[in-house]
Design a protein around this ligand. Structure first.
Ligand code: F6P
Length: 326
């Protein structure tokens, strides 16, 4: 592992439960391996402004259970410019940081890839996003906690939906990916999931709901992935209301509550394994890779693949939802 003495860690983009567990795992594995560790605050912005602190093992005590990120996070526009990245590089030199572990989603790893190529700088990425939309890993850090949060919320909404015999459209996050909506729908016994990957016409949706009401159901729940493609829950509900005024329609947008909370055991273990693997990857002279876990095995996924390829939705899940919502 040529010339690496100090590893910098940052979290970037939307926070995700389990990021702290990942910070802890990188810090402790690196110190265990004899490296110095520096925490960089507020994502790439902290690299530009020099908000950096050396981390000892105690700096990451009692954080495995905490949601959010102790390093704070940001979406940094300046890092998207060559001038911003030059400043970031100068900070790294000044701080004597020889390699970076970047924890974040699609946008953050895209930034990492550009920077690593421009300055030939060793970077390993960890997939930290509730969206689960990074190719090459079965799950991203934060996804499991979020799907559990969605499940708890939808279960509660179902109580009132059933009492009032209403049709609810519940919008969940996911940016351009339908993993949260689809798996959330299966986990809550929802009637349908409207996701950007699959087009669903209002007529098809109404038919599904109508057939449910005709049989025995007195309420219905549809999960909608936020996305310009689905149009979001509000727009969909408006269309259904206009065309089918017999339904008593309500909308709930779960929003940012989905990003908070103590990470589940699944996310804590995932983040711990991935964090330790990031240090191993640097020891093995890997660079420009994202750590993934596929079929329970650690894998190194080149940034180019993780970012560029769309992670496909498993069709079997769609069929399962359809079959179980009759
Ligand atoms: O990428 C994570 C995510 O929560 C997306 O699901 C969502 O579209 C976006 O971030 C929201 O971003 P912000 O917190 O900047 O509003």
């Amino acid at each position: 592992m040529a010339g690496i003495n100090c590893i910098g860690i940052l979290t970037s983009g939307g926070d995700a439960p389990g990021m702290n567990a990942a910070i802890r795992a990188v810090t402790r594995s690196a110190i265990f391996g004899g490296f110095k560790v520096k925490g960089i605050y507020r994502g790439y912005r902290g690299l530009i402004t020099g908000e950096i602190q050396e981390f000892k093992t105690q700096n990451v005590s009692n954080i495995i259970q905490a949601g959010g990120t102790i390093l704070k996070t940001a979406r940094c526009k300046e890092f998207q410019t060559p001038e911003g990245r030059q400043l970031a590089y100068e900070t790294l030199k000044k701080e004597e940081i020889d390699a970076l572990v970047v924890i974040g989603g699609d946008g953050s790893l895209t930034g990492a890839r550009i920077f690593a190529t421009e300055f030939n700088f060793p970077i390993v990425g960890l997939p930290g996003t509730i969206d689960n939309d990074l190719y090459g890993t079965d799950k991203t850090i934060g996804y499991d906690t979020d799907i559990n949060t969605i499940m708890e919320c939808v279960d509660k909404i179902r109580d009132t939906a059933t009492s009032h015999e209403r049709l609810f459209f519940i919008e969940v996050m996911g940016r351009d990916a339908g993993f949260l909506a689809l798996n959330g729908a299966i986990a809550t016994g929802a009637e349908a999931a409207i996701i950007p990957e699959i087009s669903t016409e209002v007529d098809q949706l109404a038919e599904l709901i109508q057939s449910g009401f005709r049989k025995s159901k007195n309420s219905s729940i549809v999960l909608v992935a936020e996305s310009p493609i689905t149009g979001g829950a509000m727009a969909l509900a408006e269309r259904v209301k206009n065309e089918y005024p017999q339904y008593d329609v309500r909308v709930t947008i779960l929003g940012h509550l989905q990003r908070g909370g103590s990470p589940t055991a699944v996310d804590r273990i995932l983040a711990s394994r991935m964090g330790a693997a990031a240090v191993d990857a640097l020891l093995e002279d890997q660079r420009n890779v994202m750590i993934g876990i596929r079929n329970d095995e650690i894998v190194y996924v080149p940034f180019s693949k993780a970012i560029k390829n769309d992670k496909p939705i498993n069709r079997e899940l769609l069929n399962t939802l359809r079959r179980l919502s009759i």
